[in-house]
Ligand binder design. Sequence first.
Ligand SMILES: NC(=O)c1ccc[n+]([C@@H]2O[C@H](COP(=O)([O-])OP(=O)(O)OC[C@H]3O[C@@H](n4cnc5c(N)ncnc54)[C@H](OP(=O)(O)O)[C@@H]3O)[C@@H](O)[C@H]2O)c1
Length: 391
Amino acid sequence: MPSRRAVLKTAALAAAAGALPNVTSAASMARVTPTDRPLRILILGGTGFTGPFQVAYALARGHQVTLFNRGRRPAPEWAGHVEQLQGDRDTGDLRALEGREWDVCIDNPTTLPAWVRDVGHVLRGRIGHYIFVSSISVYADSGPAGITEDAPLAAYAGVDPLAETQASLAADMAALFGPLKAASEAEARRQFGARVAIVRPGFIVGPRDETDRFTWWPLRVADGGEMLVPGDGRDPVQCIDGRDLGEWIVRLAETRTSGVFNATGPDYRLGTDALVHGLHAVTGGPIRFTHVPADFLAEQGIAFGADLPIWFPADHRFAGFGQVDNRRAIESGLRFRPLATTVSDLLAWHRGLPDDRRRTVRAGMSRARETALLQAWHARAAPSRIDAGTS
Ligand SMILES: NC(=O)c1ccc[n+]([C@@H]2O[C@H](COP(=O)([O-])OP(=O)(O)OC[C@H]3O[C@@H](n4cnc5c(N)ncnc54)[C@H](OP(=O)(O)O)[C@@H]3O)[C@@H](O)[C@H]2O)c1
């Protein structure tokens, strides 16, 4: 039986976990069962998009959490519940970590091998387990279906991966991001040996996602009318709710699981039609879906992944992003909340954004562009249609 003091402490942590706006609700965190084996968890980053979900869940589980970042996004709601250390990995200022020990370190923001090397110099022998958040962009070939964790990785073609900086990465993100994440994974193994878990997420979505890549889809469905659905409706799409990712990463920490994991969802094949109908089940309202073949869209100059975010036709070089093999992560405890929950929470979060931000959707084609494409398609051929709601 846990002591009264332990119960009160856990209740306070659950309340703290639910206190950060737009992260999670106190009610959902209160349902989390506290662990009887609290860990000391160091979270590098922790105040951006996905890190706060790890923090909330770790607190609700009763762990001791330390954050390390530059302090540009203060989290005053967690004062007293989370230790907040400051430093700058760009300049190698890790003094706040020196001489300290943790059971687990979760490294969220890193794409530079030098950041991993520097952390290794300070923390090697002082942490029990290192979890590195990588990306499915590490694969040499993102085209095929069913990419497993053992597929070949993108090779770094520069002179010295350890000499790359945030500035050099930003200057050629498209060419460097995947190879440098892969080189960072290798550096993690060099620094921390076998006690490493490499987590490779696909598109991370849901509340707090400032990219709007997935968000474009429910917003578009909510807008109703005639909606262009690319392809024949069967192309698969994958993404992962940041909360499912964050909570599973904490569970990996608790079980000290090592290995490499593709972290995409869901645990079934989500075709484009299932996606748009799933979104419509949440948004409601009159809508008519019109399939438009990918070849026609390509002819019209559509940029897959940008004009139509997170969606790729079967012959695209990123087609594999919709069908990554995620079985190993699921076997290791990754679980997915229903698409409807992600979408309704995402839309609630989006409604709470400042007006200017809400009106400026940061990804996806405009409604005017879509209308022009539909007109061009109707002029070319009679498309197949699926109706939902009234039109
Ligand atoms: N978004 C996606 O769809 C997606 C897909 C695949 C993989 N990923 C990967 O997922 C990871 C998660 O990113 P996230 O933004 O959610 O992480 P996060 O931990 O939530 O946010 C980034 C954190 O890093 C800190 N930070 C940034 N620069 C720093 C520096 N120079 N020194 C110390 N701390 C610094 C930031 O705080 P300060 O600014 O205060 O320093 C912030 O706390 C990334 O590695 C990303 O590559 C993302």
